[in-house]
Design a protein around this ligand. Sequence first.
Ligand SMILES: Cc1cc2nc3c(=O)[nH]c(=O)nc-3n(C[C@H](O)[C@H](O)[C@H](O)COP(=O)(O)OP(=O)(O)OC[C@H]3O[C@@H](n4cnc5c(N)ncnc54)[C@H](O)[C@@H]3O)c2cc1C
Length: 454
Amino acid sequence: MNNRRHFIAAAAATAAAALIPLRASAAVNRVVVVGGGMAGATVAKYLRLWSNRTLDVTLVEQNPTYVSNIMSNLAVTGQVALSSLNFGYAKLVSKYGVKLVTASVTAVEPAGAGLWKVTTRTANGSVGTLHAERVVLAPGIQMDPVPETSDPTRSADILHAWIAGPQTNQLRQRLAAMAPGGTFVMSIPPKPYRCPPGPYERACVVADYLKRNKPNSRLVVLDANPGISAEPENFGYAFGTLYPSVLQYVPNAKVVSVDSPSGTVTADVTVSGVTTRQQFASNVLNVIPPHRAGAIVQLAGLANATDQPFAQVWPYSFESVAKPGLHVIGDSHRTAGTGGTGLPMAGHVGNQEAKICASAIVSLLAGKSVDTALLAANSACYSPVSSTLASWLTAVYHYEDYTDPKTLLTSRKFVIHDYVSGSTGVATEALKPSSENFSKMNTWFKSLMAESYS
Ligand SMILES: Cc1cc2nc3c(=O)[nH]c(=O)nc-3n(C[C@H](O)[C@H](O)[C@H](O)COP(=O)(O)OP(=O)(O)OC[C@H]3O[C@@H](n4cnc5c(N)ncnc54)[C@H](O)[C@@H]3O)c2cc1C
């Protein structure tokens, strides 16, 4: 049975690959990239580089400057200025010849003859149209709304600060203004969510800040997951050894609603299989809701807000399974489970996906098939756990057959390999947080951002 499923899955992948339309080379092939974040900026750059600048590449980004999510937890505590996390698009234009349109993409539709029509709208309302042989969608994520019990109009007041920008500054201001002895409550959504270690990283740096600046204050972490979902050794050490008097960790705690005026969070908390509805009072509240694909991925018909909130793609090219010609990279495609790529939502991973996608598009537009023989991706990620200490997490992912232990279905996706232990499936984490890691974190961050934006 298992073999047969394997055969069917493999046959389906082969058949789909064979169906990918190989275009006769046009004078100039055009690619439109939607979203200039970690994934979109990188794919635009590498499409130009790896096509020897023969592809016409237009990047459409709604903001004039990108604000990095990476390191933004240190902007919440005020250790770094949010402005230091800004990255512009000038180098992509001047050095690589990417065309830049500062506008929001409002529609992506088939235009016949293998072309896609991309509709754009600028901040002052001007509507434009682009046509392309292929479109790469990299819009990041959207957050599910948080039910607000007393005044739905105040739901915008509930900060996630999980898309770096104005909310990051607002959360910093609220934290700085909190009186000593106050309570900061934050919540972690169920997986999959953007940056698996990120919320634990935030919990650590906020706990560290409270310890140093706000005597007798507390941090309550409501985690919808059954336990620490990434770097359990390092964050477990930090929670239990560095912050036991400040931080209360509540696993299996799903936020149900928020009452903004009183700062009360209602959550379903499960202990030993028994679920009770509990209330948590806060002075500062930070709810990170469950995510879904960026709005344009949903508008393009590649995902929906309910049962399939992320787009399904072929992992070797990130081309949509439903709509060939459209590619989805970064945080908007399915990661885990059936039809997932196996790659988590992370900036470094988005950079890797961008290169796999750029290489595939260059091949496909040249009428060649995608070579998957040595396909792999890597990820490195440093996490500050205080103002001076950091840990890290790293993984190498190979594109290969994977049998899901729950469904017994086999598909080709990216699977983690640990070359030291020889095991598969688990990322490697630092032995312990250290100041040396903290300094290496700054080097890693600078080189990753330079890789994408310069
Ligand atoms: C606090 C925090 C810490 C993190 N730390 C790390 C880390 O240490 N390491 C790591 O690897 N990852 C980290 N991440 C995760 C990482 O930031 C994301 O996974 C990554 O940014 C995803 O890249 P993306 O290109 O998919 O989306 P984004 O980087 O969010 O970019 C999406 C872009 O698309 C644009 N856009 C959206 N819709 C449209 C539209 N319709 N038209 C035009 N433009 C549009 C947006 O303006 C944005 O610029 C962290 C995340 C957070 C929140």
